[in-house]
Write a protein that binds this ligand. Sequence first.
Ligand code: MEV
Length: 440
Amino acid sequence: MQKSISGFSKLSKRKKLQWIVENFFRDPEGVMKELMSYWLIDEEKQKLLDRFSENTISNFYLPYGVAPNFLINGKSYCIPMVIEESSVVAAAANAAKYWLSRGGFHAQVKSTEKVGQIHFSWDGNIDLLINRIDALKDRLRHRSEDLTKNMEQRGGGITKIELVDLSHSLANTYQLRVSFKTADSMGANFINSVLESFAKTLVEFVACEPCFEPHRQDLEIIMSILSNYTPECLVQAWVECPIEALGTFESYDSLQLAKRFQKAIQIAKVDPYRATTHNKGIFNGIDAVILATANDFRAVEANGHTYAARDGQYRGLTDCSIQDGTFRFSLEIPMAIGTVGGLTTLHPMAKHSLELLGHPDAEELMKIIAVMGLAQNFAAVRSLITTGIQKGHMRMHLYNVLASLNATEYEIEQTVAHFRDQVVSYAAVREFVGRLRTSR
Ligand code: MEV
């Protein structure tokens, strides 16, 4: 049976929830009670959350954790992370502690330019427009002054306007590519507003300039939107130390560790299957901080993955070198984020995250996030080339297995103690809990 409704968005939150539980659940009362139990007691805060999105009926909780002991460019940080996957925060904290005694992490922002595009069709001779491009650029800047004035006062604004010819790939198709600096904001709304104003000005320019007289119908605006690919908004993070300072790990000495580590990084450079998992591990760290600071994780992911494929093949985002006795491990990644505007200043938890980080500006936050991606990749690869990932991961996952078995406090205590020096697997834990239950 198809369950549809018109006017759903106009219902009150309670009525929406009621319709949902009555139409989609076997225990409407129980589910209604449970979903309402996740509503915040503070009604004002709840309203604030509800308005971030649409048709909200409850809240969906994720753990908010912290990874302390990060030393970045000589400054200490305790980094907030929002993530549901066990062992990610522990891995970050381990990597932080490891590098704390080896000089810490280093990071630098290489560039901060973002891009927006206006795509349009031009059915005639494009030279007509090319010949008037300087006048058009002046008009575009002048007509958007109201929008850019504020941003310019904050150190941002429009940095470049170019006409890009796409007609070799798609007939009669062109693009105005606009570069922006957006200071401490991610700048999506600013960029999109400027682009839409530019599109109107372009139409008006072609309609009014006498030189376009017989060609006014040649222009058709298709769309105006920012690009989430920002290869000119780039951050770099790295760690380095003498090879012997890497120490031994499990049965490997420092040189073996360095070489195996480098090989793993090289494998991710040449094989897209491995590169995808490798980069997923990097984004375990990056997304967690992006979420904790209420930035846009979909934008940051899309950006990073496109960058990973910038030469035509998808590759791992980190690099490793062993030179003159020094081990160096680095990450370079584009990142368009903000510390003002959007939800970063509205979401109550994001506000605390930014305070925990010492109120960073956008460039400082770019560095912190890149470092977290690097730390995460370091921890994952070091496990993979030594103990394997499951040993640590399953130990952290143990509580999830116990929860799925509805373990009591007593059973949890006994099981955790038992598996302290045993290999954890779902079957082994189930068997152990089963034995506990029959022996009591
Ligand atoms: C798991 O979430 C992430 C890893 O698979 C990353 C990697 O393989 O590098 C461990």
